[in-house]
Design a protein around this ligand. Structure first.
Ligand code: NAD
Length: 247
């Protein structure tokens, strides 16, 4: 059977790294994209060590030129693109009354524009190659529920939710599915940066298991969404939050 080709952004750490591992374990050829060359190369080496087919392409998703180059490189190397996982994101926080404009803009550029650029570049290539592909975007429960001190992050993740819906509507006629994943708190460096142990404990208690979700669990959901068995899932964002947003 022909191998699926996937691009995973933010593949140098956390959810992206776990997804690259899962996809390649399932036989996909995966292009790893990350702004950090060190992390990206490290993951590339670890996966190659396991005999997986991967290629790291240093990419800042907030640059449309770099995202277009990423897609070109993917097709030059593996001949096609079946799955685009727009996952890279940053978790900077900030107050409304004392806004840090640089941080606000950076968050929107990476978390929102980065996903938009991934959708634009991957969709254009999938249509040109007549590929019935799947585009997956990482949103967050914070795209659904308000939270204090996370204004830019909330705005960016709300945008991911609507971009997913709108892109699915426009790309459906080309056989391209667009779906999202909204994780709850996942045990990755974004969360591991929490200095306040009280805040970390209270975050854990938002989940039915009273624990953070493991990145491999989100990778599992991403893999399920690539399956033709999931073809009825389109335009929606799947909550992968251990009940966080439900109760
Ligand atoms: P992480 O920090 O472990 O990994 C993020 C990766 O993205 C890093 O390797 C980083 O170098 C890369 N990255 C950052 N900016 C980039 C850019 N401009 N271009 C390319 N790569 C860039 O974080 P994670 O928890 O794995 O986060 C992955 C996604 O999941 C993000 O979109 C995040 O918002 C989302 N998310 C995380 C959680 C959580 O609790 N960890 C919850 C909900 C949603």
């Amino acid at each position: 059977m022909k191998k699926k080709v996937a691009v995973v952004t933010g593949a140098g750490s956390g959810i992206g790294k776990a997804t690259a591992d899962k996809f390649t374990e399932e036989g996909f050829q995966v292009v790893l994209a990350d702004v950090s060359e060190t992390r990206g190369k490290e993951v590339e080496a670890q996966l190659k060590e396991k005999g997986r087919e991967v290629l790291f392409v240093k990419t800042d998703v907030s640059s449309y030129d770099q995202v277009q180059h990423l897609i070109e490189k993917t097709v030059d190397t593996y001949g096609t693109i079946d799955v685009m996982f727009n996952n890279a994101g940053i978790g900077d926080m900030g107050s409304i009354l004392d806004p840090d404009l640089d941080m606000y803009q950076k968050t929107i550029e990476v978390n929102q524009h980065g996903v938009a650029y991934g959708i634009f570049a991957a969709a254009r290539k999938m249509v040109a190659l007549n590929v019935q592909g799947v585009i997956i975007n990482t949103a967050s429960v914070f795209g659904y529920m308000a939270s204090r001190g996370t204004f830019a992050y909330q705005a960016s993740k709300g945008a991911v939710r609507m971009m997913t819906q709108t892109a699915a509507l426009e790309l459906g006629e080309h056989g391209i599915r667009v779906v999202g994943i909204a994780p709850g708190g996942v045990d990755t460096p974004i969360i591991q940066g929490y200095k306040d142990m009280g805040a970390l404990e209270s975050l854990k208690r938002k989940h039915l298991r009273n624990e953070l979700i493991q990145p491999e669990e989100i990778a599992g959901v991403a893999y399920l969404l690539t399956s033709p068995d999931a073809q009825a899932v389109n335009g929606s964002v799947v909550m992968a939050d251990d009940g966080y947003a439900s109760f």
